[in-house]
Design a protein around this ligand. Structure first.
Ligand code: ADP
Ligand code: MG
Length: 419
C-alpha cells in the first residue's frame, strides 16, 4: 500500500502449500519488477533462495557463515555449513527411469472405495454443508514397503490415515482391510471383535506431525515409552524398561535419557522419542502423518534416514503422509497424489516424476522450489494444474462431484481421466 523502497519478508511462504507458494513468490517478483523495490527475504528453504535471490547471506547461530552473489553461493558453496544445507535439501530426481510397478501379492493394508463425508454448520440459520474429506479412495500397501499419500493441505490425507487406523468411521460402502502376517486372514478394521481390536491397536501405530504435542510434558521418557506396554499388559516392570531402553537405542538416543522429561529434548529428538514410543509394541504397520513437516531440513533428513533404517531392519510397512513431493521421492515405493479428497494419480515415484500425466501432479512438480538456479519454478505449468478441476485440460476436467474414474494407463500407473 505504501509503495515501499524496501520490503522485508520473513518466511512469507513457509506455511503455504507448494503451488500457492509458487504463485506468491511469482507475485512478489512481479511487484518487485514493477515498483523497483528492494527485498530482504528470510527463508530456511534453499529452493526459495534459488528462485528469488540476487545476493545470499547464510546464517547459523547468529553468525554469517557465507555471503555473496546467489550464483556463486548456490553454484559452489564454500562454507561447510552451506554444503551441509545442500546435502540435506530433499530434491525431486531430475533423471529417472520409470520403475517397475510394486507387486501386491502380500498386502498388509487395503483401503477399498473409502469415502468420508462430514456435515458441518455452514454458519447460516440451520444450514448444513457436506464436506467430502475423501472420495472413493482405494489404496494397497504391500508388506515391507512404503506407500506415500501426497497432496496439499485439506486434500484428505489425515482423514485417510485416521480411517486406516480405525480412528474414524468411513461412509457406508467403504472397506478397510488389515492383514497382520503373510499367513493370517485379513480383518475388516471397522468391524473388529474385541480381541481383534486389541491386537490391531498393537499392530498398527501412528507417528504424528508435531513432536511437541504428541508427548505429555508431565511424563518422563521412561513412562511415555512403557505406558503402551502397560496398557497392553506386556512384560513386567524390568522387561518394559529394558524394551524402552532398546527402542531408544534403535532411534539413535541413549538409554540414560529415560529419566528426562520431553522439554529437555530438541524437536528432532522428540520425534525420535515419538517413533520409539510407536515401536515399543512391535507393530507391523506405522502410519506417519507428516512426521518431518515441523523439522528443519537437516533434521528432516536424519529422521527420514532413521525411518528407512527401522522399516528395513524391523520389516515394517509405512503409510506415509506428506505434503512434500521431495520427501516422498526419497522414501516411498509408491505414491498416491490427492487433490480435494480424491486420488488423481498413483505410481512408483520414479514413474511419477519421469512421466507425470495429471495436470495437478505436473503442477506440484513444477511448483517445487529446487535449490538450483537453472531449474526455476515453472509458473505456467503450475497455473495449468493448481486451479479448479473445471479448468483442467479436457481429458481430466470435471465439475462438482462428477469426477472421471482412476484409470490404469500402464502397469502400476493410474490417472484420473476420461477414457
Ligand atoms: P489434510 O490432512 O490433507 O490436510 P484432512 O484429511 O485433515 O486433510 O481434511 C480434509 C477435509 O476434511 C478438509 O476440508 C477438512 O476441513 C475436512 N475435515 C477433516 N476433519 C473434519 C471434521 N472432523 N469435521 C469436519 N470437517 C473435517
Ligand atoms: Mg493432515
Amino acid at each position: 500500500v505504501a509503495k515501499p523502497e524496501l520490503l522485508i519478508a520473513d518466511e512469507p511462504t513457509t506455511a503455504l502449500d507448494v503451488t500457492t507458494q509458487a504463485q506468491v513468490l511469482g507475485l512478489m517478483k512481479d511487484l518487485q519488477r514493477d515498483t523497483g523495490m528492494a527485498m530482504i527475504l528470510v527463508t530456511h528453504d534453499l529452493g526459495v533462495v534459488a528462485n528469488m535471490a540476487d545476493q545470499v547471506v547464510v546464517m547459523s547461530k547468529g553468525h554469517v557463515m557465507e555471503s555473496g552473489p546467489a550464483k556463486a553461493v548456490l553454484g559452489a558453496p564454500g562454507h561447510g555449513y552451506t554444503q551441509k544445507l545442500f546435502a540435506a535439501a530433499p530434491m525431486i530426481p531430475t533423471v529417472a527411469e520409470p520403475s517397475p510397478p510394486v507387486v501386491d501379492d502380500d498386502l498388509i493394508l487395503e483401503l477399498k472405495n473409502v469415502s468420508k463425508t462430514y456435515t458441518v454448520r455452514a454458519g447460516g440459520w440451520r444450514e448444513n454443508k457436506l464436506v467430502h474429506a475423501c472420495r472413493d479412495v482405494s489404496l494397497k500397501l504391500q508388506r515391507g514397503t512404503t506407500l506415500a499419500v501426497v497432496g496439499e493441505s485439506g486434500s484428505g490425507k489425515t482423514t485417510c490415515a485416521r480411517i486406516a487406523l480405525g480412528a474414524e468411521i468411513p461412509d457406508a460402502g467403504s472397506e478397510v482391510l488389515f492383514r497382520a502376517g503373510s499367513n493370517s486372514n485379513p480383518v475388516c478394521v471397522n468391524d473388529l471383535t474385541r480381541s481383534q481390536k486389541i491386537d490391531f491397536q498393537r499392530q498398527a501405530q501412528m507417528v504424528f506431525q508435531d513432536p511437541y504435542s504428541s508427548l505429555s510434558p508431565r511424563m518422563r521418557v521412561q513412562e511415555a515409552l512403557t505406558e503402551p506396554m502397560e496398557i497392553h499388559c506386556i512384560g513386567n516392570r524390568t522387561e518394559r524398561r529394558d524394551k524402552a531402553a532398546e527402542m531408544l537405542r534403535w532411534v539413535g538416543l541413549k538409554p540414560d535419557m529415560l529419566k528426562r522429561y520431553p522439554h529437555a529434548f530438541s524437536g528432532g529428538q522428540r520425534q525420535r522419542l515419538s517413533i520409539a514410543r510407536a515401536l515399543t509394541l512391535n507393530p507391523e504397520l506405522l502410519v506417519c502423518d507428516e512426521p518431518t513437516s515441523a523439522l528443519d531440513v537437516s533434521v528432516q533428513e536424519q529422521i527420514l534416514t532413521l525411518l528407512e533404517r527401522i522399516r528395513d531392519g524391523m520389516g515394517l510397512s509405512y503409510l506415509f503422509i506428506s505434503h512434500d513431493l521431495a520427501v516422498v521421492a526419497r522414501i516411498a515405493d509408491e505414491v498416491a497424489v490427492m487433490r480435494q479428497g480424491m486420488v488423481v494419480e498413483q505410481a512408483p515415484p520414479d514413474t511419477l516424476f519421469y512421466a507425470p500425466r495429471h495436470p495437478y501432479t505436473k503442477a506440484l512438480i513444477a511448483a517445487q522450489p529446487e535449490p538450483d538456479m537453472n531449474r526455476p519454478i515453472d509458473l505456467a505449468q503450475v497455473a495449468l494444474g493448481a486451479g479448479s478441476p473445471t479448468g483442467w485440460a479436457e481429458e481430466f476436467r470435471f465439475d462438482g462431484l462428477d469426477a472421471p474414474d482412476l484409470i490404469q494407463v500402464e502397469p502400476g500407473h493410474k490417472v484420473r481421466c476420461h477414457v
